[in-house]
Design a protein around this ligand. Structure first.
Ligand SMILES: N[C@@H](CCC[C@H](N)C(=O)O)C(=O)O
Length: 268
């Protein structure tokens, strides 16, 4: 049996996308782990399943590279919009996407026949709090924001100086977060935009994180560092985040890029 997949990325956050309307996958956790490996698999930050929905137009499920399932993925939601439109599953330019953290509305921006970028209504941030990380860590304080999935945002004067490989896991597994957490290190730039580097729960260092970019903009506003519409500049690209506290919602805009199509031979 063969399974077709598409490799896509949003600002460098790369996933393997499978249309489960065509290829229903059992045990996606195992495939997420196996296929995400860089040397022996396809290489990715995880696996995304595109499926049917009774509540929206389509659904999305997201599995990290370690096989754990996440409730939401900002970068993948934009790529799902591109996939649905360009592979002819819909001709809508406004799509209701069901995720484990509710319906997210995608607004597709076309260039000719192709989807160039997507704006996602990410809904309302929750659980916004200042937390004391305690002694024995590089940073004492952080801000938690739940964007459907949990984030810890830590502001610093120089993100380039952070050793992500050691600071990331130490925060992901901090006792304050029994379900682990995604970690963003953020630096406010002179123009008010934000440089951010991320350690993702279940996937490690990634080039970008959509929910993390939203969490960073919210944390900046919460701690008096923010502005309404902010560019979050990550290692793999930039997302524009518009936080509207009065409407309790966040709009995320950014690119969606196809890398290649492939086929996996399951009989090998
Ligand atoms: N890359 C994502 C978030 C993916 C899930 C995350 N690692 C989690 O476990 O919550 C994004 O773009 O939002």
């Amino acid at each position: 049996m063969k399974i077709e997949f598409t490799k896509m990325h949003g600002a460098g956050n790369d996933y393997i996308y499978v249309n489960t309307l065509k290829y229903p996958l059992v045990q996606p956790e195992t495939f997420a782990k196996e296929w995400s490996k860089p040397h022996t698999g396809i290489g990715s930050d995880g696996l995304v399943l595109i499926g049917p929905s009774e509540k929206g137009d389509f659904s999305m499920r997201i599995f990290n590279a370690d096989g754990s399932e996440a409730m939401m993925c900002g970068n993948a939601s934009r790529c799902v919009g591109k996939y649905l439109y360009e592979y002819g599953l819909t001709d809508k330019k406004e799509i209701a996407l069901e995720t484990l953290s509710g319906i997210k509305t995608l607004y597709l921006h076309l260039q000719g026949e192709n989807v160039d970028s997507v704006t996602v209504d990410m809904g309302a941030p929750r659980d916004i709090r200042t937390v004391d990380l305690g002694n024995g860590y590089l940073f004492r304080e952080g801000t938690t924001v739940n964007m459907g999935n949990p984030h810890l945002v830590i502001f610093t004067h120089d993100v380039s100086a952070i050793d992500l490989l050691s600071e990331g896991p130490s925060m992901e597994h901090h006792p304050l977060f029994p379900n682990r957490v995604n970690v963003e290190f953020a630096q406010i730039l002179p123009d008010g935009n934000i440089r951010m580097r991320v350690w993702e729960r279940g996937s490690g260092i990634t080039q970008a994180c959509g929910t993390g970019a939203c969490a960073t903009a919210v944390a900046a506003a919460f701690t008096g560092r923010g502005k309404g519409k902010t560019d979050i500049i990550m290692d793999g690209g930039t997302l524009t985040i518009e936080y509207q506290p009065q409407n309790d919602r966040i709009l995320m805009t950014g690119p969606a890029t196809k890398v290649f199509d492939g086929t996996i031979n399951m009989d090998r």
